[in-house]
Structure formats: structure tokens, C-alpha cells
Design a protein around this ligand. Structure first.
Ligand SMILES: [Zn+2]
Length: 407
């Protein structure tokens, strides 16, 4: 029986090696650092850039990797290589920490039919020692892998999608009926930063539907109560408390930097304001509203789909727009609409599926019926119409526009 040393020597004699200087030069010609897809042309216009595979374990990988490399731990190499590199004639460079595990991996790839496999002599240690740049990956911690496992096992999400959620910044306008379920589900899903705008305090009459809050928090500011509930739900989420009322003077500062806005406002002034400010900043808005037994939801995507002003060019007279306090609302209704809002947000962050942009979904709770209306962009819309420079959108006095007194 051969010793490991003689076994390794035999393998190294039959596996081709490359060194870090050679690999650095080859990667220098990588267009944009991306990996070549399976549909790459047969005769590439640029020299073929090797697929670099990092076969180290997670604790090694998290400390840095060669930019552009794909990480497939040695134990999964044979299982996942076909998906990562479908073309068996494409050049593959395998590396580990020092060059031993990669030599064994290279031999295995050759046995799988890969014709141009090289092992990186000296591995990542030699790469770092040569002073070449490396990237630090964002990876899920063991606690996060467990918490989000039902997400990451979905191919449409995976670790990549979960990391995108953790990096995402979502702003909820209002911590009330719609803001409660949407922010709680977004927090549970691992949206990393949740901003919440609300200047109100918890009232006993809110608790029939605003599940962010609790009986022992009556009189507490809603943003504070929301932060407490969300912290208990998911410590990964940073809650940014905006304890204020959104108006023309602060909207741009508050909205800027968020990836998606969840509009759960309960008045027309705020909806027009959010629409105009978000269009100016090019941030998509997931809008919903509720009235008695009926809810509506759509997405204003800021990229050519209709906006709130296309749907409602002018506000209704105040006497025809009663609030929940005046008209009543079924407690579970905002739950349904808010969860639909959270779903649209997650799809936008993941870049999956088809959002409600250009469609208005109307839910009738009494009949248990969903209806869908097609929305059209109004070419003469003052904020998204033809020829409108959105960067020049001016925020106006929305109380005056809606004929209501300033609160
Ligand atoms: Zn519009």
C-alpha cells in the first residue's frame, strides 16, 4: 500500500499545475470579472479566461478568495461542477490553501471528463503572499443558515438571494394596519434594514389590526413599539426609527438610500407625496390601501410603469375620502394586503417573478374575490408623463393639493 506522500507525488506528476503569476495574468483579461456562461461563443473574441474553482472549506473561504472564483467545497465538487462549468473543454483552475487538496480535486475533475484542468501551485497562500488582491465574501453564518434554510433551499432564493435580502433596505410608510404585517414579514424574511416612518402613538383602537403593537404599549410611540417587536422576531434586522410625519421638507432625505418603499399611508396627501418623491429618487413603491372590506394593491416601479398620479390624477374631495377611524375596517383586511405588499417587496429585491407594476389587484373580503385591473400610464401625467424630467419633480404643499387642513 503506498504512503500518502507517494500517492500525492504520483497524482501531482499527472496533474497539470499553474502558478499564481500565470493565473493573475490570465484573469487580468477577464471581461468585467464575470464567469463565462454556458452559451459562450465557440470562438471567443478574447482569450479564454479559466474558470477558477475554490475548493476550500467555509472557514477558509470566508477569510478571502481570488476575485471571480467560484466556491465549491471539496466535498461537493463532483456534485456541483457540471452546473458551474457545463463545458468540459473549458479551462478550469482549481485551488485550495496550499496546492494539495486542489491536486486531488483536479484529478477527480479529469476523471469526470474535464480536459483542461490545472491545480494552482501554492494555492491561496501563494496568491496572498504575492500581494495579489482578494475579495472577502459575504456568507450566511451558521445561525443564518438555519434561520433562512426554508428560503435558501428554494432555487429562486438560495444563499445569494438571502444575502441580497440581508443587504436590502426597505422603508415602510406607517407602522399601522398595513405597516404591521408588511414589516413583520419583511423582518422575518431577513430584510437587513427596515426604516419605519410614523409619528403616532399606539392607541387601544389600533390593536384590532395593528399586530406590531401590544396592549402594554398603549401610549408608546409606534416606531418604538415596532422596533421592539421586530428585534424580538429577528436580530439580523436593523430598524431605523423615523419618528416624524412625512412632508415635503423631509421626504427626500428620509426616502433616499432605500431600495423599495412600502406605502401603507392612510391619507391621500402622504400617497401623492410618496409617489412624487419616490419617482424623483427612482425608488419603486409597493402601494396598498384599505377601506371597510376592500383592499387594493399595486406597484409603482419607477421604470416606465404607471404611477399613483396616473391612477388618481386628482385627489377626491375630503368628504368622499373617509379614514378608517371614520368608516371602519375589517381587522384582518390590512393583514392580507400588507402580506401581499411584503411579497412584492421580496420579489423586487430578489428580481424574481412578475410584480404588480401596471396592474391593480382589488380584494373583496366579503365575497372572497380578487379582481385585477390593467393600469395605463397617462402620457400627460405631471410626474411620469412623456418628456417629464423626473429629477426636476418639485414637492408641493400636499395638504393644499388635497384640500385638507395641515394636521
Ligand atoms: Zn404617472
Amino acid at each position: 500500500m503506498p504512503s500518502f506522500q507517494s500517492y500525492l507525488k504520483a497524482i501531482k506528476s499527472e496533474v497539470a499545475e499553474t502558478d499564481v503569476g500565470q493565473l493573475k495574468a490570465e484573469l487580468g483579461s477577464r471581461p468585467g470579472g464575470g464567469a463565462a456562461g454556458p452559451s459562450a461563443p465557440a470562438v471567443p473574441e478574447v482569450p479564454e479566461v479559466p474558470e477558477v474553482i475554490d475548493v476550500r472549506e467555509q472557514d477558509e473561504y470566508v477569510q478571502g478568495y481570488i476575485p471571480g472564483a467560484r466556491w465549491i467545497p471539496r466535498g461537493y465538487l463532483e456534485l456541483r461542477i457540471e452546473e458551474a462549468v457545463p463545458d468540459r473543454d473549458h479551462e478550469v483552475v482549481v485551488y485550495c490553501a496550499g496546492g494539495t487538496r486542489s491536486a486531488l480535486a483536479a484529478r477527480s475533475l479529469r476523471e469526470l471528463g474535464y480536459t483542461h484542468v490545472k491545480s494552482l501551485a501554492g494555492g491561496f497562500t501563494a496568491w496572498k503572499r504575492a500581494g495579489y488582491p482578494f475579495d472577502i465574501p459575504v456568507v450566511l453564518s451558521p445561525e443564518q443558515q438555519l434561520r433562512y434554510s426554508r428560503h435558501t433551499m428554494l432555487p429562486e432564493v438560495g444563499d445569494k438571494g438571502q444575502i441580497a435580502l440581508l443587504k436590502s433596505r426597505v422603508l415602510c410608510i406607517g407602522a399601522g394596519g398595513l405597516g404591521s404585517p408588511s414589516s413583520m414579514y419583511l423582518a422575518a424574511a431577513g430584510v437587513g434594514t427596515l426604516g419605519i416612518v410614523d409619528d403616532d402613538v399606539v392607541d387601544a383602537s389600533n390593536l384590532q389590526r395593528q399586530i406590531l403593537h401590544a396592549t402594554d404599549r398603549i401610549g408608546v410611540h409606534k416606531v418604538e413599539s415596532a422596533a421592539k417587536t421586530i428585534a424580538g422576531l429577528n436580530p439580523d434586522v436593523k430598524v431605523v426609527q423615523h419618528r416624524t410625519r412625512l412632508d415635503s421638507s423631509n421626504a427626500l432625505d428620509i426616502l433616499a438610500g432605500y431600495d423599495v418603499i412600502v406605502d401603507g399611508a392612510d391619507n391621500f396627501q402622504a400617497r401623492y407625496l410618496v409617489n412624487d418623491a419616490a419617482l424623483k429618487l427612482r425608488i419603486p413603491v409597493v402601494h396598498a390601501s384599505i377601506f371597510r372590506f376592500e383592499g387594493q394593491i399595486t406597484v409603482f416601479s419607477a421604470d416606465g410603469a404607471p404611477c399613483y398620479r396616473c391612477l388618481y390624477p386628482s385627489p377626491p374631495p375630503p368628504e368622499e375620502a373617509p379614514s378608517c377611524a371614520e368608516a371602519g375596517v375589517l381587522g384582518v383586511l390590512p393583514g392580507i394586503m400588507g402580506v401581499l405588499q411584503a411579497t412584492e417587496v421580496i420579489k423586487i429585491v430578489l428580481g424574481q417573478g412578475h410584480t404588480l407594476a401596471g396592474r391593480l389587484l382589488v380584494y373583496d373580503a366579503l365575497k372572497t374575490k380578487f379582481r385585477e385591473l390593467k393600469l395605463r400610464r397617462d402620457e400627460s401625467c405631471p410626474t411620469c408623463g412623456v418628456g417629464v424630467d423626473r429629477s426636476q419633480i418639485q414637492l408641493i404643499d400636499y395638504n393644499q393639493f388635497c384640500n385638507v387642513r395641515a394636521p
